[in-house]
Design a protein around this ligand. Structure first.
Ligand code: NOJ
Length: 458
């Protein structure tokens, strides 16, 4: 068996990370504009004011998409570009920008895959409390149905929220992302609840606003564990015993003491199984207060789970973390290279939730640069992708319904609090000139797509 013939092969981006034009053509400010403009938040004092200038250069990027043979492109809509104060008055020029992207993609035969919320909350809504305020959920539902109606018949696949674990955990918990708040566990749980009501409410409103059927999901990230025998060697020999697999499944969904927000469990248990995990007092309290109508909204059926997967944690047969030996392979961001989490992540999420899956992000940051010959030679990214795609194929071969793979990212871009130092793209961006150069990995990925994922296995 191999990947299905209509497998989605794509790459992704997010509005704030690539668009720039932060205050052009009627766009409202977002929390990321405010956060990056206030000193001390972003490495080197960088901002997304210009980023990869995709607001002006999107045609060039779409041409590259075609050249690489992607059959889908994931991008996000900037909420404040379309609704400058978050609700009410629509900015027609903002909508026109996304019309341009969608129409061009369709003309090229590339499926648009739209994320509604990739972290750039309208600042006007943050000034009313942001996700602490339940009214933000109502505004999101209004925004989501506007988009579904406007793109009816043209956009059929949506992600409501990208990584609630990160924009809530980092934005409202540790404060290292916008809007930079450090809320208590109890307050954070309220924000989570508002986001999930927004998610469920938006799905229902979007289906009602669109005459054509939609496929809607969300993009989740969090702890993934995988079993290893003895110690985690550079090769990460897997331990195949049943108990070890059960132990890694249990460890995957168990709360992490010091990093509880980085977990698939609360997000997917609540939206798919219809309950928050009982592992924290704050969630127990919330479960006690849920009304029938809230439960219905949380559980609004979605069509797929988007999985953003970068690395995982090796565990032993008892589910205890196994230390990685010194010199373990790592990316430029020092994230460990652990391809097994791709296979086990898909397997465990399917086992627990039973929904089709799409890899909505996977990739690595490299210290890319232009070589003397003018090329960008990123052998380490190619090796990373080959390893993770092998594990993806292993899952597909076992019959796990995984319907697509999006490389993160299409072009280099603004990596949040790390600024421009971190490069994730298949396409290099020289920020001084905005010239794009397809990296070796871009060409490699093009060949993988051409063979529907077969090249790396011979
Ligand atoms: C998660 C986020 O969705 C994306 O915005 C970010 O750039 C990548 N992962 C890499 O950190």
């Amino acid at each position: 068996m191999t990947f299905q013939s209509d497998f989605l092969w794509g790459a992704g981006s997010a509005a704030y990370q690539v668009e720039g034009a932060w205050n052009e053509d009627g766009k409202g400010a977002s929390i990321w504009d405010a956060f990056s403009h206030s000193p001390g938040h972003i490495r080197n004092g960088e901002t997304g004011d210009t980023a990869a200038d995709a607001y002006h250069l999107f045609e060039a990027d779409l041409t590259i998409i075609k050249e690489l043979g992607l059959n889908t492109y994931r991008f996000s809509i900037s909420w404040p570009r379309v609704l400058p104060t978050g609700r009410g008055l629509v900015n027609e020029k903002g909508l026109a920008y996304y019309d341009g992207i969608v129409n061009r993609l369709l003309a090229l035969g590339v499926t648009p895959f739209v994320t509604l919320y990739h972290w750039d909350l309208p600042l006007a809504l943050e000034e009313e409390g942001g996700w602490e305020n339940r009214k933000t959920a109502e505004a999101f539902i209004e925004y989501a149905s506007l988009i579904a109606q406007h793109f009816d018949g043209r956009v059929k696949r949506y992600i409501t929220f990208n990584e609630p674990q990160c924009f809530l955990g980092l934005g409202y918990g540790s404060g290292i992302h916008a809007p930079g708040k450090k809320l208590s566990e109890q307050e954070l749980v309220q924000c989570i609840h508002h986001v999930l009501l927004a998610h469920g409410g938006a799905i229902a409103a979007m289906r009602a606003a669109s005459a054509s059927p939609l496929e809607i999901g969300l993009a989740s990230t969090g702890k993934l564990c995988y079993p290893v025998l003895g110690g985690a060697t550079a090769r990460n020999l897997e331990y195949d015993g049943r108990s070890a697999q059960q132990a890694s499944y249990d460890a995957t969904f168990a709360p992490e003491e010091n990093d509880w927000t980085f977990s698939h469990t609360w997000l997917l248990d609540a939206t798919i199984l219809g309950r928050y995990p009982e592992s924290f007092a704050a969630f127990r309290l919330l479960n006690d207060t849920l009304t029938e109508s809230e439960l219905r909204i949380l559980r609004e059926p979605m069509d797929f789970i988007g999985l953003n997967v970068y690395n995982g944690i090796p565990v032993d047969a008892k589910g205890n973390k196994v230390n990685k030996p010194p010199g373990f392979p790592r990316t430029a961001l020092k994230w460990p290279v652990t391809p097994e989490c791709m296979y086990y992540g898909l397997r465990f999420l399917y086992q627990r939730y039973g929904l089709p899956l799409i890899i909505t992000e996977n990739g690595q940051s490299c210290n890319d640069r232009i070589f003397l010959d003018g090329g960008v030679h990123d052998a380490d990214r190619i090796d990373f992708l080959a390893r993770y795609l092998q594990q993806l194929r292993r899952a597909a071969d076992e019959g796990i319904p995984v319907n697509g793979y999006f490389h993160w990212s299409l072009t280099d871009n603004f990596e949040w609090n790390c600024g421009y130092d971190e490069r994730f793209g298949l396409v290099y961006v020289d920020y001084a000139t905005q010239i794009r150069i397809i990296k070796d990995s871009g060409y490699w990925y093009r060949d993988i797509i051409k063979n529907n994922g077969n090249a790396h296995n011979g």
